[in-house]
Design a protein around this ligand. Structure first.
Ligand code: ADP
Length: 364
């Protein structure tokens, strides 16, 4: 029997109020119809919504979820990264512990999400100051080399042979491309957060997109990886915005190259799988590189997070790619997960094989 069964409803509500005041974190509870029944005041400062204006509203107004049931077994606790909408029209990804709310007979009564805002706020402050130095560094490196090589070409035109000239011009071009990638990432984040992103959803053959992305990403890297792709002809089309899908896959495959310089292979496998009770197309991208520790696996989907390692320090990046990819996967009605251990890292991208409907089209 549930220990709260011995308390009357007022006592239980008082205890809940005290817990809400005492914890540095926040929680949301909703009933089986998806109406918000509890919204702890700590969430007011994170979302900008007041408790009074959000109680009774559909939970989908506050959190991006596809199904009301957020845990497979309501008696257990599952950790997820959830997308929380804020009053000013933006969204934030935050770590949540999700579980069922049970009544005195142990019957399911609703769901609860316990949101780890303490870590989120710490990470946000740290990430924001790190972001300025990361972006400045990322901007300064290509600008320095563009300026340097352009000056050399201008000042010492006569003394430089044709071969060197071509080399310098190539470097200037590559560095300009690097700058434009950074600006594109920053713009993508800004569009995502201001909800100005336009999606054109249509059926797309996954194999075709994968082959294109592998070719483009592979040609950019100096390491020689064997990229294997297993993608049966019989797989159904995915319903996506093809540019956004390309953006997600480019980031995941690029990371597989970047974070496994010593390894030889990258495996990409597409298959039909059940995910959150739905038939979805799963694209699994596996590398055998530096790996991601269990405690860092949720962090990497948040904005500007780069894990500290000797390799990351010398690898180009802003920590925006996975944040963008995760957010886009959600917008496309899909999901993005990571598994890492025993020398291999696998990103699992889930995509819809049916046109999106109703709540899935929250972006409109
Ligand atoms: P970045 O621009 O730094 O690559 P991402 O958002 O794509 O940004 O990734 C965030 C961080 O996650 C990376 O800086 C890296 O520390 C880690 N990471 C991403 N993909 C992998 C991978 N395949 N293997 C190991 N670490 C990874």
């Amino acid at each position: 029997m549930n220990q709260f069964a011995k308390l009357n409803i007022n006592q239980a509500a008082m205890i809940l109020g005290s817990v809400a005041r005492a914890t540095k974190n926040g929680f949301i509870a909703y009933d089986l119809e998806g109406r918000i029944t509890h919204f702890s005041p700590k969430l007011e400062e994170v979302t900008g919504f007041l408790e009074l204006e959000i109680l009774g509203k559909p939970v989908q107004d506050l959190v991006k979820i596809r199904d009301l049931s957020i845990v497979e077994n309501p008696h257990t606790v599952e950790s997820h990264v959830v997308m929380l909408f804020t009053k000013d029209g933006k969204h934030i990804n935050i770590e949540a512990r999700c579980t069922g709310v049970l009544d005195e007979d142990n019957k399911l009564n609703g769901y609860l999400m316990f949101l780890i805002i303490e870590d989120f706020k710490k990470d946000l402050n740290r990430a924001q100051s790190e972001f300025i130095s990361t972006v400045s560094h990322e901007l300064r490196t290509p600008i320095t080399s563009i300026k340097g090589f352009a000056a050399t070409l201008l000042n010492a035109k006569q003394q430089i042979d044709e071969e060197k000239k071509t080399k310098y011009i190539r470097i200037i071009k590559e560095q300009a491309e690097r700058l434009s990638r950074l600006v594109e990432d920053l713009l993508a984040v800004s569009r995502l957060e201001s909800r100005k992103l336009q999606l054109t959803i249509h059926p797309v053959q996954i194999r075709y997109v994968l082959e294109n992305v592998i070719e483009v990403v592979g040609s950019k890297h100096k390491y020689s990886h064997d990229v294997s792709i297993l993608c049966p002809e019989s797989l159904p089309d995915v319903w996506v915005d093809s540019d956004r899908l390309e953006q997600i896959l480019t980031n995941l495959i690029d990371n597989a190259f970047k974070y496994s310089p010593e390894a030889k292979s990258i495996n990409i496998e597409a298959s039909l799988q059940k995910h959150n009770d739905k038939d979805m197309l799963e694209v699994a991208i596996t590398d055998y590189g530096i790996g991601i520790k269990a405690e860092d696996q949720r962090k990497i989907f948040t904005k500007f997070s780069r894990l500290d390692s000797p390799l990351t320090r010398v690898t180009e990046g802003t920590g925006l790619g996975l944040y963008i990819s995760y957010s886009l996967a959600q917008l496309l009605g899909g999901d993005l997960r990571v598994e890492s251990g025993n020398g291999k890292t696998r990103f699992l991208l889930y995509l819809s094989i049916k046109p999106l409907q109703g709540a899935e089209l929250w972006w409109d």
